[in-house]
Ligand binder design. Structure first.
Ligand code: UDX
Length: 433
């Protein structure tokens, strides 16, 4: 199959490279000429384990190409994927669809022969209808079908998630489009990956419902963690105790500083707005959003508590800045709330993240260090915000010797409280009362 991917952001680039690896001919298109130039040279603009090898191999084997001009690629394509950004619209939290609409306009003017137009971007219910109307208006004789095919990949595990998904969701009632989608994902059906064929609006909603449910699950365990601290219980054992119940499941029950990232914060907000517009408000998700925002802001208070409420003139070493490990993505990262709040309380911040280049652009007044031990040296307290594996394996005795005072505030529960105390740390973590 010939596939054109509009947008080489996270989803577009990973999906394009994986489709090429399935044996399809893929062209990834982006208006950002600098980005396309870099991709052509084999430079990957994001940090995602395994992506550089996958791209290099498929380019070398002639299945994956990059272009600024979409014309030829769209004319030749069996399927054109829209994988452009849908950021939160400033002011109201609705998804901003301007890039999606622009892509639809462009495709309309260029498509040739039966073409399946697939939305991979996360788009509100009804967007497929809008795309169809835009194309129909711009090119009344076009032969096409618009399909919703949401992506569920996680940053840091994106290739694995694409190649071994729990399910594939395809929203269309068009039989020719179904045949194209079946062919595109054929290697996965051979592995018996379930495919959910459904209506387009239902498919669009499945994506939001999935992200909202996961955000809710995390928020639930975070509130249980607070209760555990108050009553002297252990949230990790509660999570295990409930997670073994198959109806609940053990995933996404890690308590922490609140969820961040490119999807959960924006998608929960967009779902809330959609539901309000439809006059069926989703109070559970409204509350989830509010609790999570407040939680991220409250985390600095935990650091202050560990230092008797006074951060003035104190040096805080921060380990981990990205919204989660194995990514360089800083979107809605808890560190963006926690660090300015610590600074406002008078603390000086020295920080380290293994992929901290984006963080350097986004956090002001922080002394960025080149390694974890440099970041803890001379610190009155160390805060762990992101659970990178290398922090689990630190030489804790060395760390203690380097610190000015042995206070550790672990917002990801990567160490064992008994172990930390026996080494002489004053250790606080999340939900282990
Ligand atoms: C998420 C969805 O998992 C994915 O299916 C969707 O396509 C995009 O959004 P991603 O944002 O990459 O993926 O990361 P994810 O691993 O889901 O984590 C999101 C946030 O939740 C992170 O800030 C993470 O630290 C937090 N989280 C996750 C927890 O606090 N506890 C958990 O148990 C799991």
């Amino acid at each position: 199959m010939r596939v054109t991917m509009i947008g080489t952001g996270y989803v577009g680039l990973v999906s394009g490279a994986c489709f090429a690896d399935f044996g399809h001919d893929v062209v990834c298109v982006d208006k950002d000429a600098g980005k396309i130039e870099r991709l052509k040279k084999g430079e990957i603009p994001i940090f995602e384990p395994g992506l550089d090898d996958l791209v290099t191999r498929n380019v070398r084997e002639g299945r994956l190409a990059f272009a600024v001009e979409a014309g030829e690629a769209i004319r030749a394509a069996d399927a054109v994927f829209i994988a452009v950004g849908t950021p939160s619209r400033r002011g109201d939290g609705h998804a901003d669809l301007s890039y999606v609409h622009a892509a639809a306009e462009e495709i309309a003017g260029l498509m040739d022969g039966f073409t399946v137009v697939v939305t991979k971007s996360t788009v509100p219910v009804g967007t497929g209808d809008e795309i169809e109307a835009i194309i129909r208006k711009a090119n009344p004789s076009a032969d096409f079908a618009v399909v919703s095919n949401p992506e569920f990949l996680r940053e840091g595990a994106a290739i694995e998630d694409f190649k071994r998904p729990d399910r594939i969701v395809v929203g269309t009632e068009d039989e020719r489009a179904k045949a194209v989608m079946n062919e595109l994902y054929r290697p996965l059906f051979l592995n018996e990956t379930p495919i959910v064929f459904t209506g387009r609006r239902t498919s669009e909603l499945i994506k939001y419902a999935a992200n909202a449910f996961l955000a809710l699950k995390i928020t639930f365990i975070n509130e249980i963690a607070d209760l555990c601290e108050a009553v002297g219980a252990d949230v990790q054992q509660v999570a295990r105790g409930i997670g073994l119940d198959k109806r609940i499941g053990n995933k996404f029950l890690n308590a922490g500083p609140g969820y961040g990232g490119s999807c959960f914060p924006k998608d929960t907000l967009a779902l809330v707005r959609t539901a309000q517009d439809a006059k069926t408000p989703m109070r559970l998700i409204e509350t989830t959003v509010a609790i999570n925002d407040a939680r991220k802001k409250a985390m600095a208070g935990r650091v202050a508590d560990a230092l008797e409420g006074d951060l003035n003139g104190k040096v805080i070493g921060v380990l981990g800045l990205t919204f989660k490990p194995n990514t360089d993505d800083m979107r809605d990262a808890p560190s963006l709330d926690i660090i300015p709040a610590l600074q406002a309380m008078g603390a000086t911040i020295q920080a380290y993240d293994p992929e901290g280049h984006e963080a350097r652009q986004m956090l002001r007044g922080v002394d960025f260090k080149d390694g974890p031990y440099e970041a803890v040296e001379g610190a009155d307290a160390v805060v762990i915000i992101t659970e990178w594996d290398q922090f689990r394996a630190l030489d804790l005795d060395r760390m203690k010797l380097l610190m000015k005072a042995p206070n550790v505030i672990d917002l990801r529960n990567i160490y064992r409280p008994e172990d930390m105390r026996s080494r002489g740390f004053r250790y606080s973590s999340v939900g282990r009362g």
